[in-house]
Design a protein around this ligand. Structure first.
Ligand SMILES: NC(=O)c1ccc[n+]([C@@H]2O[C@H](COP(=O)([O-])OP(=O)(O)OC[C@H]3O[C@@H](n4cnc5c(N)ncnc54)[C@H](OP(=O)(O)O)[C@@H]3O)[C@@H](O)[C@H]2O)c1
Length: 304
């Protein structure tokens, strides 16, 4: 395990780099996009609501909003295609957009919405953006959850689209575990493929978790019990700025290694980041294969 203190003020000069941050109209994504732009990066904020983006994103040079709904296969592909058409070379994709929905609901591709947003969308976006990733140290950062490291429970993929088995917290935890599995699987494929022709570098896949951060996410509960849990979580939570530190480091540190899981120390007052191996079901190749097949099936359905 690598442990070190890191403050965003230590972030290297980002001039000349381009970073895509999805879900940048609130919470961690807004902090990430703002901090990266302030450090000189060109930032493409991938948002599902351009009016909201115009209201909340700071008007600073280098920061632009583009439409993407990460719960839709067609939308993430169109987003990647527009970047390619515009000749944008992206140094880092931060797959940050995420939800924890209170009630079972199918998304446009016929998948439960937590999974559509947190699992299928980020995986399809990462693949669709591979042709535009470049620069000296290209990377895909998944904003994951420490929940996937702390449980050995293997998500039941047959339960995902079953309304009778839907539970908000379980669906969220399972989705973040599946997303972590796909981040590991992406890294394996990229290592096997070797350096990208555009940059001569291997694209790295990294997972960063924020700890518990006081964002809109903790207010998305439906039942009284879940609302209470959300309020308690917010009491123990970090600021969004502190929660975003690990993702900022993962998106910018030249030394970041492929396939790691980075997050803050347990205590809020502890300024260290820990870089650890991926654990739990995401580390299981059999589960990774099953999640890959799940996503492929959704994509086939979307294409049909
Ligand atoms: N906060 C925590 O304690 C915590 C802990 C572990 C992991 N995380 C992860 O951190 C990431 C960011 O969450 P957050 O805490 O910052 O939550 P948040 O405040 O609710 O922000 C989520 C962002 O994602 C966007 N989004 C949601 N669905 C989208 C879609 N279909 N297409 C495009 N954008 C979409 C939202 O857009 P709108 O503004 O339009 O709603 C919002 O900007 C998530 O992946 C989450 O799982 C958070």
């Amino acid at each position: 395990m690598d442990t070190f203190e890191w403050d965003p003020e230590e972030m290297s000069d980002q001039r000349g780099r381009t970073v895509v941050v999805t879900g940048a109209t609130g919470g961690l994504g807004l902090v990430l996009a703002t901090a990266l732009a302030a450090a000189g990066a060109r930032v493409v904020a991938g948002v599902r609501d351009l009016d909201k983006a115009a209201r909340v994103l700071p008007s600073v040079p280098g920061l632009e909003a583009r439409l993407v709904d990460t719960a839709s296969v067609a939308s993430v592909r169109a987003f990647a295609r527009r970047l390619a058409d515009d000749g944008v070379v992206v140094d880092a994709l931060v797959n940050n957009a995420g939800v924890s929905v209170a009630r079972f609901e199918l998304g446009v591709d016929g998948v439960e919405r937590t999974w559509a947003t947190n699992v299928v969308g980020p995986a399809v976006l990462a693949d669709a953006m591979l042709p535009v990733l470049g620069g000296p140290s290209p990377r895909v950062v998944l904003v994951g959850s420490n929940l996937s490291q702390r449980t050995s429970r293997v998500p039941d993929l047959d339960a995902v689209d079953d309304p009778g088995r839907f539970r908000q917290f379980a669906a969220y935890t399972a989705s973040k575990t599946a997303a972590a599995a796909l981040a590991v699987e992406l890294g394996e494929r990229l290592r096997a493929a070797g350096p990208a022709a555009s940059s001569g570098s291997v694209v790295r896949s990294v997972i960063a978790h924020p700890g518990i951060a006081a964002t809109g996410m903790n207010g998305q509960a439906e039942t009284r019990l879940a609302q209470l849990a959300g309020r308690i979580a917010r009491l123990a939570a970090r600021t969004p700025e502190d929660g975003a530190r690990s993702s900022l480091w993962a998106a910018t540190a030249p030394s970041v290694r492929e396939g790691v899981f980075v997050g803050p120390a347990l205590r809020r007052s502890d300024p260290r980041l820990h870089v650890v191996p991926v654990r739990g079901a995401a580390a299981d190749p059999v589960f990774r294969g099953r999640v890959r097949a799940f996503v492929d099936e959704v994509v086939d359905r979307a294409d049909a």
